[in-house]
Design a protein around this ligand. Sequence first.
Ligand code: ADP
Ligand code: MG
Length: 396
Amino acid sequence: MTAGAAESFERVFGARPPGLQCARAPGRVNLLGEHTDYNGGFVLPIAVDRAVRVCFRAAAGPVRLWSEDAGSWAAFELADLRPPPPGGGAPPGDGAPDWGAYARGVAWALQEAGHRLRAIQGVVSGDVPMGSGLSSSAALEVAVGTAFCAAAGLQIDGRALALACQRAEHAFTGVRCGVMDQFASIHGRSGCALLLDCRSLDFEEVPLDAAAVRVVVCNTGVRHALGQSAYNERRASCERAVERLSRRLQGVRELRDVSPAALRREADVLDAVTLRRARHVVGEIARTVEGADALRVCDYVRFGHLMFESHASLRDDYEVSCRELDLMVDLARGRPGLYGARMVGAGFGGCTVNLVSAEAAGEFARAMASDYRARTGTSPEVYEFRAGAGAEVRAC
Ligand code: ADP
Ligand code: MG
């Protein structure tokens, strides 16, 4: 792969200079912990074994990056970077996404954090499917950020790089993503999931052995328009729940601070809808911590139950699933080798994540694709992953 990247560099820039380097950053999938990030809770992502790569060298003059996948240039001066006005950064997916916005954003955010950068020339290529919920955007940001840091000889802390990449996405594309995607792309480890505390950004590695299990992602291919407004409403419900609960319970700043038992006790301060929203979040945080415990002892059956419970909670209490996601989970249920399945991501479309025994994963993926096609007439994308390594930079 890196040999190919060096050849691409030569084709694009007309030379293959010594000292070429390759920064690589993976996409991610979250196994458990949905809609918990903005409540200060836990998530449990893996970095996947697909990545965005930047083959680069430090160079004088403007930053010049060519994307093999987009077939276009991003070129800019480090000295005059400014975020677009609010609403002015066309979010990707609407019309023509400007992938260069991610690169400019990362350079801007690193400079805002006080780092002195050097310009780079590079070729971007990747095999993280774009716009499929596997966070190719975070992979691109982290790959570009890693390249800038290496070119300038900066040793920056992974947490600081993750926050800079998140800030870049907020400011330059208008997408208010959490920090999990960038974090998993940086800190992923082969054969491990990461239990990430979204409040402190402390994390722990928990084993996910590729010899035993695989993670299969099935993309329904639908994205219902409802998504954005529903997301904002859910966040507002969580804030309302905290506001009410904190009148009775001491030290409650976020739903993270409420246990399932305390929520049951104080249920009467919440209206019925707010109670269901809070019940999802509080239950999901507990499930995520329990899920990490299950993985530590390789109890995939227990982990799978927690995934199904998560899906039911997202469907019935948080009400962010949809017909296609429910169908995809139902088609998975009971299949040979399947431990658990649930919708993943904000909801109203997108993907399901499935934990499957390693030897059954290939057949599972094939059967899911053909059954979903038979039921809906559309062919879903289905991907099989192992937990992969986080971002790194190497000689090309
Ligand atoms: P997701 O993060 O779920 O894949 P997004 O819509 O957030 O979906 O990000 C996808 C966008 O990221 C693409 O439209 C493109 O602008 C950018 N991107 C990702 N990978 C690449 C790549 N290899 N080359 C150029 N742009 C990329
Ligand atoms: Mg994204």
